[in-house]
Design a protein around this ligand. Structure first.
Ligand code: ADP
Length: 786
C-alpha cells in the first residue's frame, strides 16, 4: 500500500469522523449517513477519490453539522475512497484508505460540503542507534501484547516486525483495539516520528500493565468463573438437544446461517468448496476469535460476488442504434464504429477475440456515457472504475488476506457492484496508470483484458479464480501517447473530438436540459432555457472542449428554478413557464467568467495568435515579441517548455537568414535583445507547433508590420522556413473557431485532415494550407496598402 501523495498543497473535500482515527496505511470500511461528510465523499468519488479526514469527539461533531466551526484541528489525514456504494436507506458504504498526514490550513467553502486547503506531509526518516533500540523495544512490547492476547495471526506479527520507519511503527501501534480515541489523536498530532514512537511506547507500556493486572484478577476469580462456565456448557447442550427434538426453532446460529447461504449460492463447485473450507475454519476458531472477523469478511465477499450464469438478450442492431441515438446527439462516426463492433460481437459470439473499445478524447465529450448506452443496448449492467493514479499491482489484483485490512482489487470490487458476471465495464483514465517499485499494474491489466487468460482471473484476496471472460470491457483516455504500448495494441481506438458551438447547443437543447430538468423534478412546461441563453453559457461561462461544465451550469439553473417552484407551492406568485433568456443568466449565475471573441480588437505589431493542444482540448494563445536595444540576446518568458525554446531559436535563425529580403538591416539582430513572451500562465506551452506563430510575431516586431488579429496559425518551422505538419488539428481548429478567428493557417501536410473537421468549422473558418514561411507572412501580415 502506501500510495505516494506529493508533499504539497491540496484543495480537498472534508469529511469529519467522530471518535475514530484512520491513520496513514490503514484501510477501514464504514457506513456514512447523509450530511456534509457524505456529500464531500460523494464529490471525491466523482473526482480523484481523495478526501481530507479530520477526527473529532462525539460532542464536537454536532458543531460541525450546524455551523461553520471557528477552528479546525491542526492535523488531518488525506485518504483515498476505494469504494462508495449508495445503499437504499440513503446511507453509503465506503472504504477509506489513509494515505498521508496533512496540515489543515484554510476553509475554502462550507456549503454544500466543506472544502479545505491542506498541506500533505510525509515523515522524515531519521536513523540512528537510539531509534533502532526504541523500535526494537516497541516491537518487543507488541510481541508481549500478542502473547497475552493469543490468537493474533502470525503474519500480522511478522508484518509489524518488517516495519523499519519509526513513525509508521507508531501509527500501526494505534490500530490495537485497546486504545482510547484521545490517545490515537495524540499519536496522529505528533509530527516528529521519533517523539511519536516514544509516546506509542509509553501507551503500550500502560496497556501491558493493565493486561497483567486484569489477568491477575481473572486468576483470582477463576473459581467463580468455572462454576458459571459449567452452567453455560450445560445450557448449550440443552439447547442442542432441544433443537434435535424440534422444540426450539428460534435459534439462529451464525454458522448455520452461513452454511445455508453457501448451499444456496449459485456458483461453481470450486467456489462452494472454498467457502465451506473457510466456514469450517471459522467454526473451529470460534465466532469470538480475533480471526473470525477476517474470515467472515472473506465469506461475505464470496457470497456477494456474481458467480451465476445468466441468459443474455440477443443483440438487435436496430435496437442498439435506437438506444445510441436516444442518448447522444451527433457523433455519427463514433456510433457507426460502435455498431460495427456490436455486429462483429453478434456474429462471432464468443468464438472471436473481440478487441477492447477505447474512447479517446477531452473530458466531457461523452466517453463514459457512451459506455452506459452500450450497456443499455446490450441489456447488461454497467460499472465503471477509474484507473487514474494507480501505481500498484495490488490495486488491480488485491492484497493477500494475511495483510491487515486486505481487500480484493478494483476489478473484483467492480464486479461486486455490478451484481452480474456479464456487465459492460468501463475502465476510466487508462492513460493515467503509473508504475513504480511496487510492481507494474499494466501486466495485471493485460491479464484482465486478455480473453485467453481472463476466464480465470486471479485476485490475491479471493485466492480462487474469477471468470471475467463474459465482461465487455471499454476503456477511456484523454490522450493516446501515455497508454503503455502492450495495452494499446489490445484496443480498438475510437477518437472523439470536442464539439462546435452548434453541436453544444444541440446537445444542450436535445439532452442536457431535459436530463437536468427531470433530475430536479421540473416539468417541461415549468422551465424553458432559450437558445440565446445556452449560447451565452457556452461562450461566457464555460471554456471547454466537451459539455461537462455546460451541463453543470444548466444544473445550477434548474436547481435555482426548482427553488422558485417550491416557493410557488408555498404561495409565492410565480408565472409558468419560467423562461431563462441570455440577459437573465447573470442574475442566476453571477457575472460572466470568460470574454468571448478576440482579446485585442485591432491588428498589432509583434503579437501573433497560435493554438495549443492538450489532453483536455485546444486553446488559443498570443505570442508577443519585443525587441529592445541590446547586444543580440534572446530572452524567453512565460514558463516555456524546452521544445518551445528550440522553436524560438529556429525562428531567430530564420529571421536572420531572411533579414535582408524583409528590408531589415542584418546588424539589427546584433544591436537588439529579442524578448519573447507567451502570456497566460496556465496553458502548457510545449511542442514545436508554435514555430510559425513565433516566427510571425518576431518578423512583425522587427519589420514593424502588424499581424492580422483574425488569423491563427499552427505549424513547426525548419531553419530554412519550411512548414512541417502538427497533431491535434481538430481540437486546434475548434478552439480557433470558438475564439472567433476567421482565417486559419495550417501545414500543407495536414491538408488531408481537413475532411475530418466538423462541417461548421470548414464553412466558417478559412483554412489555408501552406508549405513555407513566406506564404504564412503573406497571409498573416496586414498590408496597410503597401
Ligand atoms: P467523458 O466521459 O468523456 O468525460 P461524460 O460521458 O461524463 O464525458 O459526459 C459528460 C456529460 O455530457 C454527460 O452527461 C453526457 O451524457 C453528456 N454528453 C456528452 N456528449 C453528449 C452528446 N453527444 N449527446 C448528449 N449528451 C452528451
Amino acid at each position: 500500500m502506501g500510495k505516494m501523495i506529493e508533499t504539497s498543497d491540496h484543495d480537498l473535500p472534508l469529511a469529519i469522523l467522530g471518535e475514530l482515527v484512520i491513520m496513514p496505511h490503514m484501510t477501514v470500511p464504514l457506513q456514512v449517513g447523509q450530511g456534509k461528510s457524505y456529500r464531500a465523499m460523494e464529490q471525491a468519488w466523482e473526482n480523484d477519490h481523495l478526501v481530507l479526514l479530520i477526527f473529532v469527539s462525539e460532542s464536537e461533531i454536532e458543531t460541525y453539522k450546524s455551523s461553520q466551526p471557528q477552528q479546525l484541528p491542526p492535523v488531518g489525514v488525506i485518504a483515498r475512497l476505494d469504494e462508495f456504494v449508495k445503499l437504499p436507506d440513503g446511507t453509503a458504504r465506503i472504504i477509506l484508505e489513509g494515505i498521508s498526514r496533512a496540515l489543515v490550513q484554510t476553509m475554502l467553502q462550507s456549503e454544500p460540503f466543506y472544502r479545505v486547503r491542506c498541506h500533505a506531509i510525509s515523515d522524515p526518516e531519521p536513523r540512528g542507534i537510539e531509534i533502532e533500540a526504541l523500535m526494537d523495544s516497541v516491537k518487543q512490547q507488541i510481541d508481549e501484547f500478542v502473547d497475552h492476547l493469543g490468537e493474533v495471526p502470525q503474519d500480522a506479527v511478522a508484518f509489524v516486525h518488517r516495519i523499519d520507519k519509526p513513525g509508521h511503527l507508531a501509527d500501526i501501534v494505534t490500530w490495537a483495539p485497546a486504545f482510547e480515541f484521545e490517545e490515537r489523536l495524540d499519536i496522529l498530532n505528533e509530527l516528529d516520528p521519533v517523539e511519536r514512537l516514544r509516546r506509542a511506547h509509553r501507551l503500550l507500556a500502560r496497556q501491558l500493565e493493565l493486561l497483567k493486572l486484569r489477568q491477575k484478577i481473572q486468576q483470582d476469580t477463576k473459581e467463580v468463573l468455572d462454576q458459571s462456565q459449567r452452567e453455560y456448557f450445560l445450557r448449550e447442550q440443552m439447547r442442542v438437544i432441544r433443537r434435535e427434538l424440534g422444540e426450539d426453532d428460534d435459534v439462529d446460529d451464525p454458522i448455520d446461517e452461513l452454511k445455508r447461504k453457501i448451499a444456496q449460492l449459485d456458483a461453481p463447485d470450486y467456489v462452494k468448496e472454498q467457502a465451506m473450507h473457510e466456514l469450517k475454519r471459522l467454526a473451529q476458531q470460534g465466532m469470538n476469535s480475533p480471526e473470525a472477523g477476517v474470515i467472515r469478511t472473506y465469506l461475505d465477499w464470496i457470497l456477494n460476488l456474481p458467480w451465476a450464469e445468466e441468459e443474455l438478450p440477443e443483440i438487435s442492431l436496430h435496437e442498439a442504434q435506437k438506444v445510441l441515438d436516444e442518448d447522444h446527439y451527433g457523433l455519427e462516426r463514433v456510433k457507426e464504429r460502435i455498431l460495427e463492433y456490436l455486429a462483429v460481437r453478434k456474429l462471432a459470439g464468443n468464438r472471436m477475440r473481440s478487441p477492447i473499445l477505447c474512447f479517446v478524447g477531452p473530458p466531457g465529450v461523452g466517453k463514459t456515457s457512451l459506455g452506459r448506452s452500450i450497456a443499455r443496448a446490450l441489456g447488461r449492467k454497467f460499472v465503471r472504475t477509474s484507473l487514474g493514479g494507480i501505481r500498484d499491482e495490488a490495486e488491480i489484483r488485491g492484497h493477500r488476506r494475511t495483510y491487515i485490512g486486505a481487500l480484493p482489487g478494483r476489478i473484483i470490487q467492480g464486479m461486486k457492484t455490478a451484481k452480474s458476471r456479464y456487465p459492460v465495464y468501463v475502465l476510466d483514465e487508462i492513460d493515467k496508470v503509473g508504475q513504480d517499485f511496487r510492481g507494474d499494474p499494466t501486466s495485471a491489466l493485460l491479464e484482465v483484458l486478455d480473453p485467453e487468460q481472463n476466464n480465470a482471473f486471479s485476485d490475491h484476496y479471493l485466492e480462487i479464480p474469477f471468470d471475467l471472460s463474459q465482461v465487455v470491457f471499454i476503456a477511456t483516455a484523454n490522450q493516446l501517447d501515455t497508454i503503455p504500448n502492450p495495452l494499446r495494441d489490445r484496443m480498438e481506438i475510437i477518437e472523439i473530438g470536442g464539439y462546435t458551438e452548434d453541436e453544444k447547443l444541440g446537445i444542450a437543447q436535445g439532452f442536457l436540459v431535459r436530463k437536468q430538468r427531470e433530475f430536479h423534478g421540473l416539468a417541461p412546461d415549468q422551465l424553458i432555457i432559450t437558445d440565446a441563453a445556452i449560447i451565452k453559457l457556452v461562450r461566457e461561462y464555460t471554456r471547454e472542449a466537451g459539455v461537462r461544465n455546460l451541463e453543470r451550469e444548466i444544473a445550477s439553473l434548474c436547481r435555482k428554478t426548482a427553488r422558485k417552484v417550491a416557493a410557488a407551492s408555498d404561495g409565492d406568485p410565480v408565472e409558468f413557464p419560467i423562461v431563462i433568456d441570455a440577459p437573465d443568466i447573470p442574475n442566476y449565475l453571477g457575472p460572466e467568467r470568460y470574454t468571448f471573441g478576440l482579446a485585442e480588437e485591432k491588428d498589432e505589431v509583434g503579437v501573433a495568435t497560435g493554438v495549443t493542444w492538450s489532453p483536455t482540448g485546444g486553446d488559443v494563445l498570443s505570442i508577443e515579441v519585443l525587441p529592445v536595444r541590446g547586444k543580440g540576446g534572446l530572452q524567453l518568458t512565460g514558463q516555456l517548455g524546452e521544445v518551445m525554446k528550440e522553436s524560438a531559436q529556429a525562428a531567430m535563425s530564420y529571421a536572420r537568414f531572411r533579414a535582408e529580403q524583409l528590408g531589415v538591416d542584418p546588424s539589427y539582430f546584433d544591436e537588439h535583445n529579442i524578448h519573447i513572451h507567451v502570456p497566460e500562465g496556465a496553458v502548457p506551452k510545449d511542442g514545436p507547433s508554435a514555430g510559425i506563430t513565433l516566427t510571425t510575431a518576431l518578423i512583425s516586431a522587427v519589420t514593424g508590420k502588424p499581424v492580422r488579429r483574425d488569423v491563427a496559425m499552427t505549424g513547426e518551422i525548419t531553419l530554412r522556413g519550411k512548414v512541417l505538419p502538427i497533431g491535434g488539428l481538430k481540437e486546434k481548429t475548434l478552439a480557433a473557431h470558438r475564439a472567433g478567428i476567421r482565417t486559419f493557417i495550417l501545414p500543407k501536410d495536414n491538408a488531408k485532415d481537413i475532411a475530418e473537421l466538423p462541417k461548421k468549422v470548414r464553412e466558417e473558418l478559412q483554412l489555408i494550407p501552406v508549405s513555407s514561411m513566406d506564404e504564412v507572412l503573406k497571409i498573416a501580415l496586414a498590408h496597410q496598402g503597401s
